[in-house]
Structures are given as C-alpha cells and as structure tokens.
Write a new protein. Sequence first.
Lengths: 707, 166
Amino acid sequence: MTHTVTAELHYSGTWHDVTSDLRLSAPLTWSRGYSLANLKTAAGQLVGRITSVDGAWNPINPMSAIYGLVGRNTPIRLSVEGDVRWYGEVSWTPMIRPGGDVYTDVAAGGLLQRVQRGTTPLKAPLYRSIVADAPTAFWQLTDQATDATGRPVTAATMPLAGTSTGQAWAQLDGPGGAPSKALQLCAANALTATVSTTLAPANTGRWELEICVRADIDTSDSATHFIIANWTTSGTCDDWFLTCDRPDTPGNGKIKFEVWYRHDPGAYRGVDVDVDETTDHWYHVRVTAYQSGSNQYTSIYCNGSSLEDIDDPSSTTGSPTRITLGPQLEGSPYFTFATAGVTSVGVSHLAVYTAAAGDHYAAATGYAGETAGERMQRLGTEEGITVTVAGTAADTTTMGAQPLAALLDLLTEAAATDGGLLFESGSTLGLTYVPLAELYRRPADLTISWADDVMPTLRPALDIAAARNDVTATSTTLGSHRYAIETGPMSTALPPDGIGRVDTTVNVNPQTFAQLVDIASWVAWTLCSVRPRYLELVLDLDAAPSLDVTGLDIGSVIEISDIPTTVDPDTPRLIVTTIEEQATNHRRTLRLGTVPAEPYDVGALGSAGAAGWADCRATTTTEALDATETGVDVAAADLCAWTHADGDYDIVIGGERMTVTAVTAAAGAPGAYTQTLTVVRSVNGVTKTHATGAEVHVADPLIMARR
Amino acid sequence: MALGLTFSAGARVYASDLQAIADQVDVLTLGVPDMAIATRAAAQSYTSAQQAALSLDTEVVDTAAMFAATSTRVYCATTGVHQATGYVNIASPGSSGMFIAELRLSGTSVASIDLPLNSNGTARATVSVDKLMTAGQYMELFLYNGTGGTRNVTGQLSVVRLGSTS
C-alpha cells in the first residue's frame, strides 16, 4: 500500500515542500507523548535524512538555495495522507564525504526541545503583570537585607531611601504573587520607619498608584490608625494619604483602608473601604485619579474590587511628585495616630502609572484559585507559545499561587496537579493539554480488532513497572499527604497478598489541602489498576488499511475488540499516552503507549447519565456453581443487600462476567443477608465452575472522582 | 458527628458506606423532621349520621409544605414512616349512640376509636397510628356521628415523619 508522506519547511514566510529530497527508503520516525508515571511531557522527536547533492541541504553552504534562509530551529511539519501528524523545529547535521553519498541528517524536536532548555525561573506574577502595563515608576521593595534603599525597576527613577530608622529589608514573606522577602516598615507599636523618593513624570492628567500592604493588626482594637503612604502631586488636590484603620465595627473580620486628600487648602476629603481580613495579612490597594473636563475623578480599589469613587469639580489632577512610605507619626494635623494593636506593617511592589493600567490583584495573589487549564493558557499567552486546552479550562482543578519557576516547570506542575495529559501538539507548534475531566468515562475514540488491526507483538503485561501504591503528594505551601493502598492485589502488602511497597512522590500545587489528599489517592489508584498494561501495541496501517487514525491523539481511548478470552476476559480500554509513528511511502505503523482506562471510568450520580454500581465489600457464593447454573446463592457479610431496583447490571465471579436480571428479597439479618441472584452466565465468554465462597463483585464499580 | 468513613479518589465506593451516610443524614435531619399540625378551631357541625372528614382551618406548624388551610388533608412530603395523630373534642356529645374518629391514609382507614360519650360535658379522644407513607399520600381525620343529634366538633390532626425505612 502506498502512503503520501509530505515534509515541509517554513522559511521565507511560507511553507516549502521538500518531500522530493527526503529519503523515504528508510522510515521517517516521529514521536510525542506524556508519562503518567513521571508526570512529565516527553520531548517529541523526528529523525530523517535528506539528499544533499552538492550541499544543497547544507544550510551553511553559501551556494545552496537555502543559504541564509534555513538554519537552526527552522519550522518543519510532516503530513501523512494529507493529515498533519507532526510539527516541530529542525536542526541540521550535514554529512560531507567526497565521492560518497551526500546527505544531511535532520533531527527535529517539538516545542520542548527549545522551551525546556531554559531553566531561569519566570519573574513573580505580580512583577510580570506590573511591567506589562509599563509603569512610570516601580519598586519591588524585595531588596536584600543589607541594602539601604529600594532599587527601582524602571529607568530614570530614584530609589526609595530610608528617611528614618526602623525599616527592615527582606524581613516579611511577600504576598502570593511576589513571594520574595518584603520590606517591613515597623514591628509592634513602633511607627517610625519611612522610605521616600521624588518623582517627575512627564504626563499629567492621570495617575494611578498601587501597592501591596501587609497590615498585621488586631482588627478588633478600636484605637488602631496609621498612615501607610503619603504622596504629593502637582494637581490642585496635592497631598494624599493612604491609611489603615480599625473597621467601623471592630472585630467583624474586616480591615479598613482610607484615602484622604487635600482638595482645598486646609481641607481634606476621604473615602474608605472595609475589606475582609486575609490570612496572610496582605492587601492589594490601588488609587486612581484622572482629569475629565474640569473635574477630577478618584477611585480606590482593594483586592480587585472598586469600592469607592469620588468626584471633585474644578480640580486638576497633575502627577505625583513625591512618595513616602511608612506608618508615620508626622503628617497632616487632621489625623490622629494610634499604634495599639499593630503587630507589623510591610509593603511590596509599589508602582506608579501615568496612563491607564489594569488591576493586578489576581497577580498579587499569584493567581491562586485560577484553574490549571486557565493557568496554562495564561502562561502560554504571556510567553508567546500556543497552549491548547482540549476541553473546558474552567473545569480543571484550582491551583495554588504560582511559584517562582521556569515556564515548563509551571506548565508541568499545572498538568500534574490537574492529572491530565500535557504533550506537544501534532498539528501546530505548541502544547496541548487534555484535562483529567476529559478522561473520565471517555467513550472509545477508536476501536481496533485484535485479530486484524494490530501487529502480533501486542501482549498484556502483569507487572509493576508503572505501579506506585504508596504516593506522597507534596506542595511547597500546603505540606504533603501520603496515601498507600494497603489491601488487595496491588497493595503494599508483601507478595503474594500484594505487590510490596512501591512508593513515589508527586510535586503538585493545588489550592487546598483537601485537593492534595485527593491527588495522593488518585495517583495511587490510577497507577495501580488491576487491569494489565498492554505492551507493543502497534497499529499496522498496511494490514488494516481501513483503520482511520486521523483523530487519534494523546488522550484518545481505544478499545480492543474480539480479544480472545484466554488472553483477557474483558474488552481492554486503553488511554493513549505516547505515539511513535513510522512512515515511508509504502509502509506505515503507529506504536502506541497506553495506560488502562478503567481507573478513569469514574462514577456519576443522577437520574440521567448515572454510571457505576456501588459494590459490596464482602459478598461470596454460598454454593458451588457449575458452568451454567443461573441462580447464584450469595451471602453478604457487609451491611448491604443486593437489588435489581435499577435494572440489569453485571457482576464478576472468578473472572466470569454475569448479568444480573433479578434478585430475591434479602433473608436473615443485616450484615448476614442471603439472597439469590438470577444471572445470565458467561457474558464475556468465560465459562467455568465456581466453588463455594467465591467473591462476588459488581463488574463496573462506582469509582470516586477527584476534586 | 463523624461517620468514620473515608472516601479516597480513585477507590471503589461500597454500598455499606453509602448506606452509612444515608443513615447519618437521616439522623441529622431528624432535628427538623417533616411535620405538620393543623387544628379545627371553629366548631364544625356534624348532623346525625353524617360521616365526613374534619376540615382543618388553622395551621399550627408545617415544616415541609404538607398542609394548606383550609383542607381536610395533610400530605406526605418525603417517603418514610410517619406518625399520624387525630384529636377530637365534642362539646355536648350526649350519652347515646356512638361517635367514631378514624384516620384514613389516602382514603383507606388505618386506625379508629369510639369516643367515650357522656351526658355531663365533653367527649375527647385521641387516635394515633404509625404508617409508611409515600410522598404524595395524605392523611385525614374522618368522623362519624351516630349519636342521633347534631354535634359540634373541634380537633387536631398532626403528621410527623419519624424516619426512612432503611
């Protein structure tokens, strides 16, 4: 059978078909995938050879047509039968042998071959978010303990210098979105330290100021009141204060921020907001002012919400000229100050804008609470790579604060936390993520015939190569949780009762500890399926030309039909995790790495779409069964009884699947009920006798899903 | 109250564990069970040989939308075992004949009592029964006046859900 293999390079702004020079006498091989055991994306590869007479495909040959056009990481894509199967970037290894065969080996990789080389952590989310909005002045205030000033991030900006004693650099843990150590302005009841700088922005008519404030105070203390920041402007409202105050109702779990400004000589006007007290005592406060006609409009935002607006007629806005931070004792005579109830006050990430900027509260939290899918998409957008979520990003698990880590590590962490599959896309240069929820009860994307569609290398493997029955899920912020499967054939019990302890640690970053608990048990159960792994699953597209693999991708579910009962009594359902494809113009195979899909066939409740049957923990047969008897007498040693109230369902006894069509009323006492199940025998082709005491279980159990 | 159950993501769910939860939920909800108490505050006149349900004109309590005045019926909102109690008061019953109070579950008699008649004052009696009621069924308090004269009656019907059957 012939196959149409097409290779294209992208240069000079368009795709160029290079198939005619491609050597297809030996197969082209390319691969992609994800490891659920290691929770890592496998870097894709493409290996081929291209004829290079007279150095035609030697990119450094000045006489070649590709000189100056093709080089390192030139985009390449490969299609088979018109379907783009692989996309990457190519490197070149010219082979120059006078008088001999002249060719160039091409070795291409997917996006990861480039992205994974970078190990420098991305800047903190809040830093990235602020810089993206081009601030006029920006200080991180995460300077070293030995520093005397707060160095500016922006050019032509003065440092924030201490104007009194008491400030302590690198003293406080920063907010989630800026976890470096932050500046402490005061400790308990010592409101003396300030840092200050001057500004001279060119723009006037609009300014915005944002700052993260750590206000660790007793909000039930009715006396607490201090200044966090004071700034002056060139406008008619020239003197501004951001203060922290007791709430109107002390002890109500709120904290109050106020903005006061002088709108007439000697006259101050203020707006205030009460916001919920946070566990880490960090608050993101933003004050904006802009000119509209002869009016100035002022707003204050706290933790992402616009909480108060005010309008000043006959005012000019100007621009900030000086900023002082610190719980100052000096200040306007209109304010009184009290230090009671103060544990510590700190600041981080002060930014001033003279153009409209966005609200960076989400970034200040490190985007805690965003979903894994949304995080991947956001990071992809920020870093200029394509991340496609093959499902609903909002349905993925919620994440903790984004840590300081390299891009690929952040993407990998999000994938591991959600539990889906992250892999290099096949048809574009980018990454694709299949969320865990998309793997739940996924219908078969492709059904293949054991007899006709696969090479005879396919075989089940009852091994422990991928098994991990003792799993510790670890989060840098939440701690860790360990889950071990302690009973059953895949348990930590010594053989022959179990497989022995096989432990692993997974590094994840969920939003809550409850998710961490789920992750540990989920990883253990999915890696310890009692179902066999299937090795050497190779689709032979020449032996099975009708097999349509166009839509087959990582995350697809395949079912193997007509598998002999003596090989596997059940129809194998497998999730594809790796694909290695080989093609020439007369031969094509797909080698698939898979994991059992059954652990992902979780239960569903409800009148519509219900899936899975509650099992009985301790039901056994009370009689010996020949190979055909349809009345199965059982005893339940657990507090449950069998029923047929919801219709037919399947049970398994000794590997034989039977369909229950009726159940007698339970006799005896709870915990020792006896019943007779009317069944259809051998529905999976297994015909055998069963001894008294054989275990009885539902064939399609109700499996708990993950949060 | 802790159940002592742990459900692990990825693990099988067993029927006995689900039942334990269901039982616990039932116990917890007993704090505010389904119940309704309705009375006949204004005297209802029964002519001689009349047999009719007591018409309840006043709602005392109703936690599950089981009763709406004025009606003879108190409905079951949630399937389960319920206790129904009827109370009858006849101002001047006389001493001859009979006066019967009867609880009917969706029209079928499930309990009855003969009131102790006397010529000196009032006759009072309570009839009660525990029955499995399914959602939508109703309880009524039927009275039969066999005293030979017209009688003025007040009374009460209450239905309280005791719990589920399993």
